[in-house]
Design a protein around this ligand. Structure first.
Ligand SMILES: [Zn+2]
Length: 282
């Protein structure tokens, strides 16, 4: 994955809260309210409830990501590459989904306060439907390789971002509301929501070069994305953490399902092909 060196990035789509320290999180008492967030994986509470305390939200953000101005920056700096991916994904949905509303991505480290409550990095990247923001500790990408055994690579990282924006699109479409029951299991609504987001990531990958930000996306890049999708399949994670697989508790889908729905999106230009709720079996 390479960016067009002259492409102008829009760093205002990312808000950078890195370096603000853990003091920013969890200052208040915990209220017994549980809010759903939509995460990349089913680990450490991701996809489940968040404990909500008073959203503090510090305003003097450091904005190192504001230094990301061009595609050349995206080719050279890890954080700028993510800014470029955010820009490309949102440009894609801006021309694909009528009425698309931009959502910003928040970089943080350690922990963060969100409209859905406070969260630590342990939950992995997630989307909060209440404030319509995507949250990621960029340190997750090292976890993706070291803890989940993915090969990594720039497009594996891009897939993670595109998946979370898939949840934002689902929110705009009312899909997240429709699936509030969050039934688990390989055919449950929770898995269908996640597979739709994987499909939307594939759909963006198909259109990524046409957004003007990305110069080249190779089959090796796509293979990195599929490898990442497999690494965070529920069956793979259960094998690693429990030594056994229990499909009835799946919330994100198996490695095979996640790869297949990414491919379904990648083979298409039509978002309706990603409608997992219209599919008999997923
Ligand atoms: Zn997800």
């Amino acid at each position: 994955m390479r960016f067009r060196s002259g492409a102008r990035l829009d760093p205002s789509q990312v808000s950078d809260r890195r370096g603000m320290g853990p003091a920013a999180v969890g200052g208040g008492g915990v209220i017994g309210l549980i809010v759903l967030v939509f995460s990349l994986l089913n680990g450490g509470g991701g996809g489940g409830g968040f404990n909500v305390d008073s959203p503090v939200g510090r305003l003097n953000e450091t904005e190192r990501s504001s230094e990301c101005q061009t595609g050349e920056d995206a080719n050279q700096r890890d954080d700028c590459r993510i800014v470029g991916v955010v820009n490309s994904v949102q440009a894609f949905w801006g021309t694909t989904l009528p009425g698309y509303e931009k959502a910003s991505t928040v970089f943080f480290d350690g922990g963060v306060n969100t409209g859905c409550g406070s969260a630590s990095s342990a939950v992995g990247p997630f989307y909060c439907p209440l404030d319509k923001r995507i949250y990621i500790d960029l340190g997750f990408y090292a976890d993706l390789r070291n803890r989940f055994g993915a090969q990594g690579g720039p497009f594996a990282e891009a897939y993670v971002i595109a998946h979370e924006y898939g949840h934002h699109v689902e929110n705009l479409q009312g899909v997240l509301d429709k699936s509030r029951d969050r039934t688990t299991g390989p055919q449950g609504s929770a898995v269908r929501v996640e597979l739709m987001a994987d499909c939307y990531a594939g759909l963006w990958a198909r259109g990524a070069v046409d957004t003007g930000f990305i110069e080249e996306l190779t089959e090796a890049d796509i293979a990195d994305g599929l490898d990442a999708a497999a690494a965070i399949g529920d069956d793979r994670i259960q094998e690693q953490t429990q030594g056994q697989v229990s499909p009835e508790s799946w919330t994100h889908g198996s490695s095979e399902q996640r790869q297949r729905w990414f491919r379904t999106g990648y083979a298409s230009t039509d978002p309706t092909r990603c409608n997992t709720f219209a599919a008999g079996t997923v």
